[in-house]
Design a protein around this ligand. Structure first.
Ligand SMILES: CC(=O)/C=C/C=C(C)/C=C/C1=C(C)CCCC1(C)C
Ligand SMILES: CC(/C=C/C=O)=C\C=C\C=O
Ligand SMILES: [Fe+2]
Length: 557
C-alpha cells in the first residue's frame, strides 16, 4: 500500500510501514518480552504481503476453554495486537463527497493481560477506531485508550481495577493503590472508558463507560488520550448511564442512587464540567435502582426506566462474577417507567410496565391528539424478551465457541406506550414482527435530527440464524413495519451508525457506517445507503478488527 498523506489531516506522511517499524509496542511473535501478546499471530491469508505484520494475534490460552474453541476464535473476539496504527485505505465503490468528517468508534479491544484472559466482552480495555472521510477518501486508524486501568495493568502485568466482571486480586490492587479499604471503595472501580464516545456541544470528545471516573477526553484526530473529564460539581456517586443524551445544546444523564434507591436526572451545558440537577426519581420497587445503561428523551420529557434487572451492592463487592455480574433480577419488584418534565423536573407520569430487559433505548417521542395535546409517550428499545441470559451470552467463552447452533436469544423492538392521563399502567409491544430482523436486535442508531421526535427509521444489528451474536445490519421501517437486511456469511458487523446528508429533507437520506470483522480474520469499513440499504463503499483494513460498541460523528468544520 502506498504512503499517502492528507494535507491538513495528518501532520506528516504516516505509512503503515512507519508505524510498524517505529512503534512496535509489542513484539509480533510469541515473544516473552511482550506484555500483552502471548500467542503466535494468526495471519489472514488474504492480507497483502506488503503489510509488514498483522496488528493482532489470536487471544492466548483461554480460561476454561479447549484448544478446539481456540481454533474457532473469530477476529471479533480477539485482542488487538498493537497499540496504534493509521493509514489510508483503498476504497471499493464510492464514498459520497458530502461525507466529510470522522466516525469514531469505541469498544473493548484487548481482553487479556499477559496470560490472564478476561471473561466478558465488556471487560476489555478500550480501543478507539477512527474512519476519517475526506473528499471521497478514507484514512483509518486505531489506538488503545490510555486509561489508568489500562496503564496500571500494562505496568504491573495484571488487572489493578474492578472491571465489568473482573476484579483484581487484593495484592494486585494493594501493589498499585496500597490500601485495603480502597479495594472496597470507589477508588478500585475502573476508568476503562470502553463503551462509547461522544462529541460535546463545545467540541470536546469524551469516551465513556458506566463509572463516572471513566470519562476521558481524547483528540479525535490523533486518538491521543488528553486526560480525565473531571465533573466539577459535588453530585458525587460513582456510576452513571453509559449513554448520556448529547446534543449541541446539552448533555443529559442519569445518576443511579444505590443508597436511597432512585435516580438523579442531571444536565450539563457545553463549555462547563458542572452537572446540575433537573430532578429526582424515587424507585417504586426493589432494593436498588434498575440498571440504566441508556434512557430515552422526547422533546419535553426524560424517560427514566426502572428495569427489574437491578444493581446489587453485594455483587458489586464480590471477588468472583455472579451469573448476572453486578446485577440481580427482581421480577417481583416489577418494572416501571417514569416521565420527568425536562424544564421543571416534575414527574408527569410513573407507570408500571411489563417486565423488560434492555441495554439500549432507540428513541422516544410525544404522541399528540388532533388538538395537539400530548396524550402519550412512545419509547422504543432493543428488548430481550425480559430474559437476562443475553448477559451471559456475551461472555467471551460463549462468543468464541460458536459451533453452528442457534443460541442467540430472541429480541425485538420493544415499544412502550406510556399514557399521560394518569393511568397506572403502560403497554409494551413489538414495534414490528421480530422475524423481519431474524429475532436479533441490538446496537441501534437513528437520524440524530429525529432525536426525541416522531420518527420512522432506525438502524441496528439483527440476526440471520443460526448465530450466537447479532450478525446482520438491519434498517427498520416503523411505518411499513418492515426491515431491510444486510448479511455476509461469517461477518460480525458493529452498530450501523447513521450520518445524515447535510441539507437532507428525508429522514433516511444519509449513510449507515459499520465496521465488519470477518470469519477469515479480515475486516473492513462498510457504508450502506441510508435509504436503499445497499452497499455503496467498503474499504478493507490490513488486519481484522475486534468487535466495537458505540460511536459518534465529528463533522469537518
Ligand atoms: C461496555 C459496556 O457496555 C458496559 C460496561 C460496564 C461497566 C464497565 C460497568 C462497571 C461497573 C463496575 C466496575 C462496578 C460498579 C457497577 C458497574 C457500573 C456495573
Ligand atoms: C452487543 C450487545 C448486545 C447484543 C445482543 O444481542 C450489547 C452491548 C451493550 C453495550 O453497549
Ligand atoms: Fe451501549
Amino acid at each position: 500500500m502506498a504512503s499517502l498523506t492528507f494535507p491538513g489531516v495528518l501532520r506528516q506522511p504516516v505509512t503503515m510501514q512507519r508505524y510498524f517499524d517505529d512503534k512496535p509496542k509489542y513484539s509480533l511473535r510469541n515473544d516473552k518480552t511482550s506484555s500483552l501478546a502471548c500467542q503466535k499471530p494468526n495471519i489472514p491469508r488474504n492480507l497483502s504481503s506488503s503489510v509488514a505484520s498483522p496488528t493482532r494475534v489470536a487471544a492466548p490460552s483461554l480460561d476454561n476453554e479447549t484448544i478446539a474453541d481456540r481454533s474457532q476464535n473469530h477476529v471479533a473476539w480477539t485482542s488487538i495486537r498493537q497499540e496504534r496504527w493509521e493509514d489510508e485505505l483503498v476504497v471499493e465503490g464510492e464514498i459520497p463527497l458530502w461525507l466529510n468528517g470522522t466516525y469514531l468508534r469505541n469498544g473493548p479491544g484487548l481482553w487479556h493481560i499477559e496470560d490472564y484472559n478476561f471473561r466478558h466482552l465488556f471487560d476489555g480495555y478500550s480501543m478507539l477506531v477512527k474512519l476519517h472521510f475526506e473528499n471521497g477518501r478514507l484514512i483509518a486508524g486505531h489506538r488503545q485508550l490510555e486509561s489508568e486501568a489500562y496503564k496500571a495493568a500494562k505496568k504491573n502485568k495484571r488487572i489493578c481495577f474492578r472491571e465489568f466482571s473482573e476484579v483484581p486480586k487484593p495484592d494486585n490492587f494493594l501493589a498499585y493503590v496500597g490500601d485495603l479499604a480502597s479495594l472496597f471503595s470507589g477508588t478500585s472501580l475502573t476508568d476503562n472508558a470502553n463503551t462509547g464516545v461522544v462529541k460535546l456541544g463545545d467540541g470536546r470528545v469524551v469516551c465513556l463507560t458506566e463509572t463516572q471516573k471513566g470519562s476521558i477526553i481524547i483528540d479525535p484526530n490523533t486518538l491521543d488520550t488528553l486526560g480525565k473529564f473531571e465533573y466539577s460539581d459535588n453530585l458525587g456517586g460513582l456510576i452513571h448511564s453509559a449513554h448520556p443524551i448529547v446534543t449541541d445544546a446539552e448533555f443529559l444523564t442519569l445518576l443511579p442512587d444505590l443508597v436511597k434507591p432512585g435516580y438523579l436526572v442531571v444536565k450539563m451545558k457545553p463549555g462547563t464540567n458542572e452537572r446540575k440537577i433537573i430532578g429526582r426519581v424515587d424507585c417504586r420497587g426493589g432494593p436498588a435502582p434498575g440498571w440504566v445503561h441508556s434512557f430515552p428523551v422526547t422533546e419535553h420529557y426524560i424517560v427514566v426506566p426502572e428495569m427489574p434487572l437491578r444493581y446489587c451492592a453485594q455483587n458489586l463487592l464480590r471477588a468472583e462474577p455472579t451469573p448476572l455480574y453486578k446485577f440481580e433480577w427482581h421480577p417481583e419488584s416489577k418494572a416501571f417507567l417514569h416521565v420527568m418534565c425536562k424544564a421543571s423536573g416534575k414527574i408527569v407520569a410513573s407507570v408500571e410496565v411489563p417486565l423488560f430487559v434492555t441495554f439500549h433505548f432507540i428513541n422516544a417521542y410525544e404522541e399528540e391528539d388532533e388538538d395537539g395535546r400530548v396524550t402519550a409517550i412512545i419509547a422504543d428499545c432493543c428488548e430481550h424478551n425480559a430474559d437476562t441470559t443475553i448477559l451471559d451470552k456475551l461472555r467471551l467463552h460463549n462468543l468464541r465457541s460458536f459451533n453452528g447452533q442457534d443460541v442467540l436469544p430472541d429480541a425485538r423492538v420493544g415499544r412502550f406506550i406510556i399514557p399521560l392521563d394518569g393511568s397506572p399502567k403502560g403497554k409494551l409491544e413489538a414495534a414490528l414482527d421480530p422475524d423481519e430482523h431474524g429475532r436479533g436486535m441490538d446496537m441501534c442508531s437513528i437520524n440524530p435530527n429525529y432525536l426525541g421526535k416522531k420518527y420512522r427509521y432506525a438502524y441496528a444489528c439483527g440476526a440471520q440464524r443460526p448465530c450466537n451474536f447479532p450478525n446482520t445490519l438491519t434498517k427498520l421501517d416503523f411505518v411499513k413495519k418492515m426491515a431491510k437486511n444486510w448479511y455476509e456469511e461469517g461477518a460480525v458487523p458493529s452498530e450501523p451508525f447513521f450520518v445524515a446528508r447535510p441539507g437532507a429533507t428525508e429522514e433516511d437520506d444519509g449513510v449507515a457506517i459499520s465496521m465488519i470483522s470477518e470469519k477469515n480474520g479480515g475486516g473492513y469499513a462498510l457504508l450502506l445507503d441510508g435509504s436503499t440499504f445497499k452497499e455503496i463503499a467498503r474499504a478493507r483494513f490490513p488486519y481484522g478488527l475486534p468487535y466495537g460498541l458505540h460511536g459518534c460523528w465529528v463533522p469537518k468544520i
